[in-house]
Design a protein around this ligand. Structure first.
Ligand code: NAD
Length: 509
């Protein structure tokens, strides 16, 4: 159900107002990089691109700042993150406006993205008093054996367009309380969201008197990202994006023995069993498959349905898709905003054509809408495709709203389908059968980093560790003990015995 309520220039005005509210001085902008809105394709603002020399200088300054920041007690470092959270709360609507304009998220999801930043800040502030190391019993009398955690240095954060600020904040809030400094290269498609979030952090830095260069922003293209990746002064590269990007970044960082934290693409499935509450499943599926116009790393892309309920469920799904309001993400009742650009639209069309060629049937969606009004933007009807199996295109992540539906007979078949793709990010089962649920969560069940019961694949909370296996890259960010990725561990043995007994009973001298 397409709808249009979006006067073009209103987007630019709203973004400029929001940027100024966040403290960005528009007079200092201008340059070769065009920050565009995916709502209508218009150029919002132009920005200068960082040169090779700028990038090198930024890394050097961040490293200098690290040498001071690492000596600030962790709970005091937490004060910076606490202040950032206050400013984010104050400017939640401003930042959400910019996220919507650049990434196309509907207002509720854009506000949710900023809330996620506030939540991780809260978490990190608490964590700043809990950078615990263990003490272990030593096998030698008069000895103490323990571990301590120290900051790593400069953390290079590379982020994707679809979470323009939240994923950066997962990294930054934790890195800062751990005593690291951060150099951030955001997606070229969401530079204004980055500028606003960075400016708010700069205000927090000034307010608490932290070293100015604890965080640096690089408005840079892919080559700039590569320079960050290759710089030996950057101790950890935390990179979020496509598997293609991870394949390039991972080996480059490994080549110089740096650390990499990779959060890459997903190909997330839900299993719907015969015992599932279909109405609950329906709501979970539609949010996961259609939310953020199918552009979440955790978006549901595959639906594996028991043969006894597949007819009823697909009928409900097609009906629900028919009621989705597609259009301006700032309109209160819109559920589906635009996808990011023409390349995404072309990839979606190519995937649908491949699916049909491989025996699939498009049950609904796939058509571009609002084209006359917004020729420079790509609004599409989310698609559902019934597939005879899981070879070919279903093995790939197409970053657009396409849901492939397949059937199964036994739970073992369903699990084989669920695990039978190269990616391993998120997964779900809808069931009211405890045994099926436990089997799904057991060692022989889902092989993903996220495995849910009776909720969809997307919409994770910050309290748990976030990340996935296989081609998703193996990284873990956000909650639980993800903070350890931003620190180095040292094992310490203290001898207060006055003697020198050797471990394992070794005699020497
Ligand atoms: P992308 O891979 O095109 O770009 C991501 C970032 O990497 C950008 O900042 C880009 O400039 C940079 N980049 C690309 N190649 C690089 C290189 N060789 N060296 C250094 N930097 C490089 O991804 P995108 O289109 O922005 O985002 C969508 C993808 O991100 C999807 O695959 C999605 O699943 C994934 N993603 C994963 C997670 C996760 O947590 N697992 C979260 C969000 C998005």
């Amino acid at each position: 159900m397409p709808q249009s309520t979006l006067p073009g220039s209103a987007v630019t005005t709203a973004v400029e107002t929001a940027l100024e509210a966040c403290g960005v001085d528009l007079a200092t902008l201008g340059g070769s990089h065009e920050a565009r809105s995916c709502l209508n394709g218009e150029v919002l603002v132009t920005l200068p691109l960082a040169t090779e020399a700028d990038i090198s200088a930024a890394i050097g300054e961040a490293h200098e700042a690290y040498l001071a920041w690492r000596d600030v007690p962790a709970p005091v470092r937490g004060n910076l993150v606490k202040r950032w959270a206050e400013l984010l709360q104050l400017h939640k609507a401003d930042l959400a406006t910019i996220v919507t304009a650049e990434a196309g998220k509907v207002t509720s999801e854009a506000l949710g993205e900023v809330q996620e930043m506030i939540d991780i800040c809260d978490f990190a502030v608490g964590q700043s008093r809990q950078l615990y190391g263990k003490t272990m019993p030593s096998e030698r009398p008069g000895h103490r054996l323990m571990e301590t955690w120290h900051p790593l240095g400069v953390v290079g954060v590379i982020s994707a367009f679809n979470f323009p600020v939240a994923v950066y904040s997962w990294n930054t809030a934790l890195a800062l309380i751990c005593g690291d400094t951060v150099v951030w290269k955001p997606s070229e498609m969401t530079t204004l969201s980055a500028l606003a979030a960075h400016t708010l952090l700069a205000r927090a830095v000034a307010d608490v008197g932290a070293p100015t260069n604890v965080h640096k922003l690089l408005i840079a293209d892919r080559a700039g990202g590569e320079q960050l990746v290759d710089d030996p002064r950057v101790a950890l590269i935390s990179a979020t994006g496509s598997v293609r990007m991870g394949r390039e970044v991972g080996p480059r960082v490994a080549q110089r023995f740096g650390r990499a934290l990779l959060e890459l693409g997903g190909n997330n499935a839900a299993i719907v069993t015969a015992s599932a509450d279909l109405d609950l499943a329906l709501r979970g599926i539609v949010f996961a498959a259609v939310g953020t116009a199918g552009q979440r790393c955790t978006s549901m892309r595959r639906l594996i349905v028991h043969e006894s309920v597949v007819g009823a469920l697909t009928e409900k799904l097609v009906a629900a898709y028919g009621t989705l309001r597609i259009g301006s993400p700032v309109a209160a009742d819109t559920l589906v905003g635009p996808i990011i650009n023409k390349a995404s639209f072309d990839a979606m069309q190519a995937a649908l054509a491949a699916a049909v060629e491989q025996g699939g049937t498009v049950l609904c969606g796939g058509t571009r809408v609002l084209e006359d009004e917004f020729p420079g933007a790509y609004y599409v009807e989310p698609a559902i495709v019934s597939m005879p199996g899981q070879t070919g295109i279903v093995q790939h992540e197409t970053f657009a709203p396409i849901l492939y539906v397949m059937t199964y007979t036994t739970l073992d078949q369903a699990l084989a389908l669920q695990n039978g793709v190269p990616q391993g990010l998120s997964s779900a089962i809808f069931t009211n059968d405890l045994i099926e649920a436990e089997h799904f969560l057991s060692v022989g069940g889902s092989d993903c980093g996220i495995a849910n019961v009776n909720i969809g694949t997307s919409g994770a909370e910050i309290g748990g560790a976030f990340g996935g296996e296989k081609e998703t890259g193996g990284g873990r960010e956000s909650g639980s003990d993800s903070w350890k990725a931003y620190m180095r561990q040292a094992t310490n043995t203290v001898n207060y015995s006055g003697l020198l007994p050797l471990a394992q009973g070794v005699k020497f001298l």
